[in-house]
Ligand binder design. Sequence first.
Ligand code: ADP
Length: 302
Amino acid sequence: KLIVMGSVNADHILSVPRFPLPGETLKGQDYQVVFGGKGANQAVAAGRSGADVTFIACVGDDDPGRQMMSQFETDGIDTQAVMTIAGMKTGVALIWVADSGENCIGIAAGANAALTVERLDPYLPLIADAQILLVQLETPLTAVEAAARHAKAHGTLVVLNPAPATALPTALLKLVDVITPNETEAEILTGIKVTTDQDAQRAADALHALGIKVVLITLGARGVWLSENGVGELIPGFTVKAVDTTAAGDTFNGALVTRWLEGRAIREAIRFAHAAAAISVTRAGAQPSVPTRQEVDAFLQQ
Ligand code: ADP
């Protein structure tokens, strides 16, 4: 059993030729509302990959919240711990995508801010009963830490995707068994800029020094740097035509823990996660881009 805990956002996306200047109004196109949020994306990636997954999250008492709840169920996620918070709105991300491919994002946490230690408390037994807890950093840190502490005390493996990038208290990092930063996040956590393989190993060593046994630094199209107890290697990804890398990391994390829970070795789980993430970058949007198990299996058989 897998527990994913984290954020839920409705992504409002507008394509603009360039970012508007202060005071300027620009005409955009292709406005869409797409389901996102790191926690939800990772839960969906696990659900579509075939995991027995329960999601701990907060949504608002509004239409987006209800629509997402029903989408989670369609994706095979147990929603008993997805709380609807009265008087709050579901989290929102306002995203401008320029023709250059760059984006600019503003976030309203909404109900994600309600995922506190108190609200988490009734669901702690779910964490104790699970094999893996997967968390990120888009919901209050105090509750992320409480979840990790409970997992650690009950022998549940703690997997932290330390995104969005931020420095973290050592107390939290010491509870983590497996960490999956991208290059930026690895640099913020360790102060080591990851350019070469040697840098990646030095950053991994700094994380091992805190007691983290497995470090996976994701390197975009290059793949990941895997370091287990101080021994590292590059596990290359798949070459595809990327159109939108939104949720690549989330898809990678959800698929990774799913395959790992099936009792596969870490390298095989990484290969599966690379395939799922590679498919996701060939498609637009966050959750709409996340592939199903059938699609990942077919991709791996090519
Ligand atoms: P994040 O999206 O969190 O910044 P990365 O960019 O490192 O994370 O990507 C995470 C994973 O997604 C990679 O390890 C790889 O499996 C896959 N991926 C990302 N970008 C590409 C790409 N252009 N081509 C193929 N796979 C990709």
